[in-house]
Design a protein around this ligand. Sequence first.
Ligand code: AMP
Length: 213
Amino acid sequence: MRLVILGASGAGKGTQAKALASHFGLRHISTGDVLREEIKKDSIVCRALKRLMDRGDLIPDEIMLSIVEVILSEENNFILDGFPRTFSQALALNAICERLGAPIDAAVDIHVPDEKILQRLTGRTVCPSCTAMFHKEYFPPKVTGVCDKCGGGLIQRPDDTAETVQHRLKLYHKLTEPIADLYRRQGILISVDGTGEANQITQDLIKALEERF
Ligand code: AMP
């Protein structure tokens, strides 16, 4: 099964992608996590990528496409989280999948109002070691600043400040939101309200996907 998951950062894509990957036995590919892992290397190229990411800007399509093409040539069952993010990435993804003879089966689109995204992201802390996420108010770790899962130190992502989140939301509405229409026209779009309880959203998505396959 090949899935993509759409929605603004903070809509719950990562949480749902992990749950669906575990349920259906898919590889969870988060392009944000792939990039964050890369920039730990601290080369000049990585520092340039980090600067764009910390500002909330997008990495150029050509770079993202080269990365995704390599990953997908090694993987047939996946859920792509954070890609595609622009219309041209979506068209290129379709072309890559066509070349590999493995089309995208479904696109999940998670809707959450901007005010809620802002609340979620500005209160979010993440574990750079295992990628687990927490929220200062809604989902605090047992010990402040320490990851429940691996004991690593929690940080606030540099792109989770209020100003940068506003910028990312602007880019999302302009560049990413229109992609849903492409998948709607292909008849493979599943839209969900992302404001409810995470486990319930997962169950609804599993049901919708199982009805399709
Ligand atoms: P995320 O973890 O999905 O919120 O992504 C964090 C950052 O990584 C984004 O704000 C972008 O700078 C970069 N990024 C991740 N995926 C993509 C993509 N498909 N296209 C361009 N930039 C991306």
